[in-house]
Design a protein around this ligand. Structure first.
Ligand code: CO
Ligand code: CO
Ligand code: CO
Length: 320
């Protein structure tokens, strides 16, 4: 039973009934509106990077639907008296820089006083109604390409305990501030059908959503091919695993088949909630080489992490 009434409207192409990355509303034959909102407390200490990360993360849901962001609005909760407006200005400058890089316009926002800072954006974008990427468009045989390495949940958790080596943090910040714009451009060029971005449910959780909505297939993951930010496994080994990774893993276990014994720390990593994670693209087999090549040309670190199968419908198989 849904908690909120399900709203049916012939122009509501993607709503709350089958949750996707963003809502999509058809304006006319050629044009549909994409709407999404995302905000969270600081994940890094530097306010400018925090602003960039929160904005890149919010913009990502438009890219994950195959769309282009047009306008964005700031959502801000901030203790001005405690932290001072200089810090707030840095956060907003970081966000504005990413909105500009996305080719979108920052057109307003709203700020309230709150003890713990939170920042993010509501983003409006457009897409052709024929070219929406949903989670449910996966076909057996499709290869799954991930465009950024995993590890940001574990790294930002370890950061709170001051346990992240500088180069590890630097790499995590690099990926979290990277827009999914160019990955989406490549995917649009190759006319893929299914995509999502990796955020709170981790790689396996979001992959599970895709195969559940696609109802035709299962998925095999190649554990050894999944890119990880160097140093993340060490941090996981020190117990710096966020609660979200544990609950994601618990949730997925009934639908997870492990062929051989997979290192439990790796499993935590595959379930690690990501902040501003990469796109997970379902790419027809014949286009995978071209996809990898184009994504690398854009400075991304893509990898084929798995494949959709007609066997094991609705299940995730983890091959070591
Ligand atoms: Co998303
Ligand atoms: Co989101
Ligand atoms: Co989508």
């Amino acid at each position: 039973m849904p908690l909120l009434p399900v709203q049916a409207d012939e122009n509501l192409l993607v709503g709350t009934e089958i949750p996707d990355d963003a809502a999509v509303y058809r304006l006319n034959k050629e044009l549909a509106l994409i709407q999404t909102v995302d905000f969270f407390p600081p994940v890094v200490d530097d306010p400018y990077y925090y602003g960039q990360i929160a904005a890149a993360n919010a913009l990502s849901d438009v890219y994950a639907m195959g769309g282009k962001p047009l306008t964005a609005m700031n959502i801000v909760c901030f203790p001005c008296k405690l932290l001072g407006t200089d810090v707030l200005v840095e956060i907003l400058r970081g966000g504005a820089a990413k909105v500009a890089e996305a080719g979108a316009l920052l057109v307003g926002g709203h700020t309230i006083n709150d003890n713990e800072p939170k920042y993010g954006l509501s983003v409006t974008g457009i897409v052709s109604p024929e070219k929406i990427w949903t989670k449910g468009g996966v076909k057996p045989g499709d290869r799954f390409i991930l465009t950024k390495p995993l590890g940001t949940g574990i790294i930002t958790t370890a950061l709170k305990a001051d346990m992240v080596p500088a180069p590890v943090l630097e790499e995590a910040i690099h990926w979290m501030t990277t827009l999914n714009k160019e990955a989406a451009e490549v995917a649009r060029e190759l006319e893929i059908k299914a995509c999502t971005d990796i955020t709170g449910f981790g790689l396996l959780g979001h992959a599970f959503e895709m195969i559940r909505e696609s109802d035709e297939c299962g998925i095999v993951f190649f554990a050894g091919s999944i890119p990880i930010i160097e140093g993340t496994l060490d941090l996981a080994g020190q117990g710096l695993v966020p609660g979200g990774a544990v609950s994601n893993r618990e949730y997925l276990l009934p639908n997870l088949l492990m062929q051989k014994k997979v290192d439990p720390l790796l499993l935590d990593l595959f379930c690690d909630p990501q902040t501003s994670g990469g796109l997970l693209l379902a790419v027809p087999e014949e286009k995978t080489e071209e996809a990898l090549q184009l994504l690398r040309q854009k400075g991304l670190n893509p990898a084929i992490v798995g494949k959709a199968t007609s066997e094991n419908k609705g299940k995730i198989v983890l091959e070591s």
